[in-house]
Design a protein around this ligand. Sequence first.
Ligand SMILES: NC(=O)c1ccc[n+]([C@@H]2O[C@H](COP(=O)([O-])OP(=O)(O)OC[C@H]3O[C@@H](n4cnc5c(N)ncnc54)[C@H](O)[C@@H]3O)[C@@H](O)[C@H]2O)c1
Length: 407
Amino acid sequence: MKDKAIVVIGGCGHVGLPLGIKLALAGARVVLVDINQGAVDKVNAGTLPFVEEGGVAQLEQALARGLVATTDADACDSADVCIFVTGTPVDEHLKPKVSAVDEVLAQYLPRLPQGALVIMRSTLFPGTMSYLRDRMKTTRPDLRLAFCPERVAQGKALKEIASLPQIVSAFDEDSFNAAYRLFAALAPTIIRLTPLEAEVTKVMANAWRYIEFAIANQFYVIADSNGVDFHRVYQALRYDYPRAAGYKAPGFAGGPCLFKDTMQLASFDEQQFHLGHTAMLVNEGLASFAVKKLTRLMGGDVKGRSIGILGMTFKAGDDDTRNSLSFRVRKDLEFAGACVMCHDPFFADSASLDDVLAQAEGFVLCTPHKEYRDLQISKPVVDVWGVLQQSEIEILPGRAKEETTPC
Ligand SMILES: NC(=O)c1ccc[n+]([C@@H]2O[C@H](COP(=O)([O-])OP(=O)(O)OC[C@H]3O[C@@H](n4cnc5c(N)ncnc54)[C@H](O)[C@@H]3O)[C@@H](O)[C@H]2O)c1
């Protein structure tokens, strides 16, 4: 790692920046290349463009060791390693937009020195690596190519890069060994897969999580529609019951990755991934369910009524609004004629919490930020997360532990 010149393309993003920091702290000369001038300026000034646990202190250390951010691609001209972590979206047909990868590579690959190592770190639609290898055979056959997908939870990357096993894959030994050495300097374990296996592993990990949330959300809707408090059921089914320990709680499943990667897997299976599509309907549908429920609680009509949305980011404690279902809730409410007031502790320009609480006649708690946990709201409120009303279940003593079961 020492003195390796590494360029991270998309280096001021949620995945690129933590990785760049870790590489710089491990001794590499790291340049973060990003088209977002605002984010570049923030990083160079020692400010994180987004919420990242432990980020400020580690960014400061990395800057002191020479980490630098720029919009200028010149750094590619002398890079030993070029890591790509730009977005890999799906299009309006929910199909992977491989052109997004193509365009970014076309911009930077021609600049790389002979024999440089290219590492794809974005989540790739399965088959993209083969496609890239074939294209590079004609354009840059000298470059080495590896795929090492990022698996961190957003906001916890700095911690998880150092603790999670890293997946490393390549078509040839030389590329694999170079990528292996780089990630072995950061992570405790390396898992070797073929590129296709690595691509599938990453999207299956996210699709599995998305389906887990969908199960919780479907059960919540079934219970709630039939007059059953799902949060009591949820506590009961998990209480001292190890097999249900990983059972997810209901809540809005938004964010930049889970939905998108479930759709990537569906495209890989030529749209036969019924469970994935169903999960999408359930998870996205929870927003409409919440609006319908609030409408019912408010007497059947929200037209002209003032409604407060608590939380606009896609998850608690994070400032990211990408694919946040709060916006879907807002759209549905506005379409029904409501006057919507939004609050989020991460947005200085949102209405103040006191004003929203005082003026709104009903609420949807969209993001369970800690700022909302102790609120006492006496007006109608929909809280699919179950953070406001604590539905305690009764637990009674049974047989004393040391007693044996009577035969
Ligand atoms: N966010 C996560 O927690 C997470 C976790 C695992 C994997 N991923 C995957 O990582 C990839 C990146 O996601 P992200 O959340 O970091 O996205 P992001 O939007 O936060 O970061 C991407 C960065 O790339 C920059 N960029 C875009 N085009 C560029 C170009 N042509 N040249 C230079 N920079 C450019 C953007 O300005 C942005 O800063 C995606 O494939 C995503 O699925 C994300």
